[in-house]
Design a protein. Structure first.
Length: 315
């Protein structure tokens, strides 16, 4: 059975614990994103953020696992819950904080805010489904120019209610484009459980277009990365598009405080938190790295808030 056929059948990566050990760089990235998101919620509560914000608490491991598999020239398309996607790619908490607070040094001069970020080969949008057609166009450009890059589009389970998703998948499959669709399926679209809004499943929808689908459960970064490496490589070398679906868990509210889940439901989600699994694996190392990243983010917040307001210089 070849890789493509195996993936079409719905290969699953299932990791109950963290068995591959701790990589310091991965742990640092995970905890940097976690403390960044917690700082964001604090800043919002203090009235120091511009616009709305959506944190990725609980989902940080997804972009951290994928990060080393992506080349600098690959184009990443993010969504409304994209802080982790940006930070895993650029390791730039100060630039993103400056953007969200409208201070000097902001990634987009403070006009993009939390959701709309453009930097090099990275673009995020708060419009559900909008990124996929653009990602398809980018993948087509990679193909036609003979470049080895791929387009990577992060979307959520709720985005599968958008027609643009299916138009994009149709063309990507028809033209065998180098497109990787990363689905962060946290089981709830804002306040609507996915089971109440989606007939069938994502694997079946990918299969309808003949697109490879891989299902990922668990949060062992090293194990996930090892399994996805050949999937990314196949997409990069002419094997056509792939859909990688992470069964993940959103620990925080949809945006700031709009969480209709019960306390018991949220507690059940927290049982799957990678944070606790990694801490149990090596408590002393975990505590050291967590303290480093907590301090790093706290100092970044202080430095950014001390800056003057950003100025948008239009050309």
């Amino acid at each position: 059975m070849n890789v493509l056929d195996d993936e079409k059948e719905g290969t699953a990566i299932s990791v109950a614990g963290i068995d591959a050990g701790i990589d310091i760089d991965d742990l640092s990235s995970l905890l940097m994103i976690r403390h960044f998101e917690q700082a964001v919620l604090d800043l919002f509560a203090r009235g120091l953020l511009n616009g709305t914000t959506h944190t990725c608490l609980g989902q940080e491991y997804v972009p951290v696992a994928l990060g080393p598999l992506l080349a600098p020239d690959d184009f990443v398309f993010s969504n409304h819950r994209g802080h982790g996607h940006y930070l895993a790619r650029f390791d730039d908490p100060e630039g993103l904080l400056a953007e969200m607070t409208g201070r000097e040094g902001a990634v987009c001069s403070g006009v993009g805010g939390s959701q709309h970020i453009f930097r090099g080969t990275y673009l995020s949008t708060g419009v559900q489904g909008e990124s996929l057609p653009v990602a398809v166009g980018t993948a087509l450009w990679f193909q036609r120019t003979g470049r080895s890059g791929i387009a990577v589009a992060y979307i959520g389970d709720g985005t599968w209610g958008e027609g643009a998703v299916y138009e994009a998948l149709n063309l990507a499959a028809l033209w065998r484009l180098p497109l990787l669709v990363v689905v962060e399926n946290n089981g709830i679209a804002q306040t609507t459980p996915t089971a109440r809004a989606m007939a069938g499943d994502i694997a079946g929808r990918a299969a309808a277009f003949g697109i490879a689908h891989v299902s990922v459960t668990g949060s062992d970064v090293a194990a996930i990365r090892a399994r996805l490496a050949p999937v990314v490589e196949r997409t990069r070398t002419g094997g056509g598009p792939a859909v990688v679906e992470f069964a993940t868990h959103r620990l925080g509210p949809h945006s700031k405080g709009d969480d209709t889940r019960s306390a018991a439901e949220v507690a059940a989600e927290r049982e799957h938190d990678w944070h606790d699994a990694y801490r149990r694996l090596d408590p002393d190392l975990f505590a050291k790295v967590e303290d480093e990243q907590r301090t790093r983010i706290a100092e970044a917040v202080d430095r950014v808030l001390a800056r003057p307001a950003s100025v948008w210089e239009r050309g």
